[in-house]
Design a protein around this ligand. Structure first.
Ligand code: ADP
Length: 453
């Protein structure tokens, strides 16, 4: 999200993006040579946070009009990636403090923090006499960065001096809550998800905090990079196509992919349904498996790419083996394979139980694969099973309901047989504009409002 949003914003604003610098950083950025120290003190302290901050520095780089600030710090330097490392409570507190200092140094108008990892930055601004206006964006409330009190005592000491009152949640220190309670404006990645999170269970325990701030809480749908995700020029797909050559282009891609997965004899006139995603509870793949088993007569062939929960992987391998004429499961992460699936599929299935925004429904629209989605979060905001065929942009069913999903798949089968209507919808969805252009204006409004707090 951040790379495409910041590039769009940089066309009309000064934009700086902070990123931890890890060993895993693949590309070599265009360094400007500027460095920004994070903490200066002459005293020889034993406080670990202060010692680490003294050894941390931001290195400035330039990328497509956006200024990047890589935090070169002992707590990130030796890591392969940013997430899922031990001691995240400490690492991201350090990172948030560093980002707070950077924003003061750069004299920004607005400090924009994303998810719990940088939420303490908003709390630091709120507590500081030099604090800036802040915007806090929630990407997924299921991950809140909550830690026992005994681990987070350091937050009350130098250099943080944060009070626990706005961070305490059920006897733990909750970074996400700190962001919600202290930011001037809160956003999340779709209007649908915004409304859902004001209630439990979708608020994951924080619906009361979000309701308290609801006047300053807004949903802004994510966008996609439409130059990156374009079947006319996508270098990963064997046959390029556009809205005037959908049927031919997709059929060729379908035949080629069926060969690649060693199903060359499968009838290419059967509807191909793509599924791609992390195998976690959130994505609702258990509901899909139920519907798949309950409706053995469905004519669809399911092509599934994903990795994650090992039990779910085992179930999918089992089905892939025993029902090889109905489903193929590939375990792994591959953007290239994902793009080939989008180009080859007739439909794309997203059975999420909750979905802050989702991206694949946008990619599916761009690639002319009709999305079949559960009525949740950003999916309900971007896919419409309208009764007016010229406005239909997908098929929608109730979340966590295998019957509703099965019925949606049956509707997809009927639609696939009605070639005129099927092709009309494909053409409609390929013309939708899900680029960041319009979203930038919405973020501008939020920044304006935040600075007039
Ligand atoms: P989330 O962020 O909850 O995982 P999103 O739909 O917002 O879900 O974005 C995840 C992106 O990662 C999607 O574009 C999805 O296609 C992609 N993705 C997820 N798993 C895989 C995989 N195994 N291989 C390739 N791409 C994947």
């Amino acid at each position: 999200m951040l790379s495409s949003l910041s590039r769009q914003q940089a066309k009309s604003h000064r934009v700086g993006v902070a990123i931890p610098k890890t060993k895993g950083l693949k590309e070599s950025p265009h360094w400007t040579g500027r460095q920004i120290l994070v903490y200066e003190t002459k005293s020889d302290t034993t406080n670990p946070a202060v010692r680490i901050l003294k050894d941390s520095v931001f290195r400035e780089a330039e990328w497509k009009g956006v200024m990047l600030y890589f935090l070169d710090s002992p707590v990130f330097r030796e890591l392969d990636g940013i997430y899922q490392n031990p001691d995240e409570h400490f690492r991201f507190a350090i990172y948030s403090y560093a980002c707070f200092v950077l924003s003061l140094e750069l004299k920004v108008d607005v400090f924009h923090a994303h998810d719990w990892h940088t939420a303490l930055g908003c709390a630091l601004h709120k507590a500081s006499p030099w604090g800036k206006s802040t915007v806090f964006t929630i990407h997924n409330l299921a991950y809140q960065g909550d830690h026992p009190h005994w681990m987070t005592g350091f937050l009350e000491e130098e250099p943080f001096y944060l009070s626990r009152s706005s961070m305490d949640q059920n006897g733990k220190i909750n970074y996400m809550k700190a962001g919600i309670m202290t930011a001037d404006k809160i956003t999340t990645v779709s209007p649908g998800y915004r409304n859902e999170t004001l209630w439990e269970p979708n608020g994951f325990g924080l619906s009361y905090a979000l309701s308290f701030k609801s006047e300053n809480y807004r949903g802004i749908l994510n966008g996609i990079d439409t130059e990156e995700w374009n079947p006319k020029i996508d270098p990963h797909i064997p046959y390029k196509y556009d809205k005037n050559s959908i049927s031919k282009g997709k059929l060729k891609n379908k035949k080629s992919l069926l060969e690649e997965i060693q199903r060359p004899n499968l009838d290419s006139n059967r509807p191909l349904v793509g599924l791609i995603g992390r195998l976690t509870y959130q994505k609702g793949y258990e509901t899909f498996l139920k519907a798949f088993l309950n409706r053995p007569r469905l004519n669809h062939f399911f092509l599934f790419l994903g990795a994650g929960d090992s039990e779910l992987e085992a179930k999918l391998f089992h089905e892939s083996h025993h029902n090889s004429d109905r489903i193929y499961f590939y375990k792994g992460y591959s953007e290239s394979f994902a793009r080939k699936i989008e180009a080859a599929s007739d439909f794309f299935l997203m059975p999420s139980l909750f979905e802050p925004c989702g991206l694949n429904q946008f990619y599916s629209h761009a690639y002319g694969s009709i999305p079949i989605v559960s009525r949740v979060g950003g999916l309900r905001d971007s896919v419409d099973e309208s009764i007016f065929e010229e406005r239909q942009t997908g098929i929608v069913f109730e979340p966590n309901d295998a019957d509703s999903l099965g019925f949606a798949l049956e509707r997809a089968e009927t639609l696939y047989e009605d070639k005129r209507k099927f092709e009309l919808i494909q053409k409609t969805i390929m013309q939708l504009d899900w680029s960041w252009k319009q979203r930038v204006a919405e973020y501008e409004t939020v920044y304006e409002e935040a600075s007039h707090r």
